[in-house]
Write a protein that binds this ligand. Structure first.
Ligand code: DQA
Length: 149
């Protein structure tokens, strides 16, 4: 069975208490449980992580590239948080490894402040999802499972 790596960037550890009118009231642990169920339903093994540090996210994408090349990883679902709008390093890591990656946002970033409208991740991503709330995570897992078959 292949795995799916779900990476959450800065401040997503604050889910549940962080701007609940934007991100909802479920915690990151709740999101992980949603993802566990979706992975079981789609025949995938979940690897779920969060970091507030850009370099750690870059290292994890490199690790994912090796796993995908070895045939053990279906792909990555990345909510890069604010690094979405700033990080050429994450863009280069995705391009450099050639991994299958779905960019995900809980909120509809295009309906928010102008500084959230540009993404460095989108040009390197296979697919982009935004605005489904935390239910976007299980939807992205189902989408990745479809891509992998
Ligand atoms: C986010 C949107 C980003 O603009 C923001 O910086 C986040 C979360 C989302 O999931 O909606 O941290 O990626």
């Amino acid at each position: 069975m292949k795995s799916v790596l779900i990476l959450n960037g800065p401040n997503l550890n604050l889910l549940g208490t962080r701007e609940p009118h934007v991100y909802g009231s479920q915690t990151l642990t709740d999101v992980q449980q949603l993802c566990e169920r979706a992975c079981v339903a789609n025949g995938l093994v979940l690897d779920f992580r969060q970091s507030n540090h850009e370099g750690e996210l870059v290292d994890w994408i490199h690790e994912a590239g090796r796993a995908q090349a070895a045939g053990t990883l279906a792909g990555v679902i990345l909510n890069a948080g604010a690094y979405t709008h700033t990080s050429i390093a994450l863009h280069d890591a995705i391009k450099g490894t050639g991994i299958t990656l779905i960019e995900l946002h809980i909120s509809n970033v295009h309906a928010r402040e102008a500084f959230r409208h540009h993404s460095y991740i989108s040009p390197a991503a296979k697919a982009v999802m935004a605005g489904f709330g935390v239910n976007g995570y299980p939807l992205a897992i189902a989408g990745l499972a479809q891509l992998a078959t």
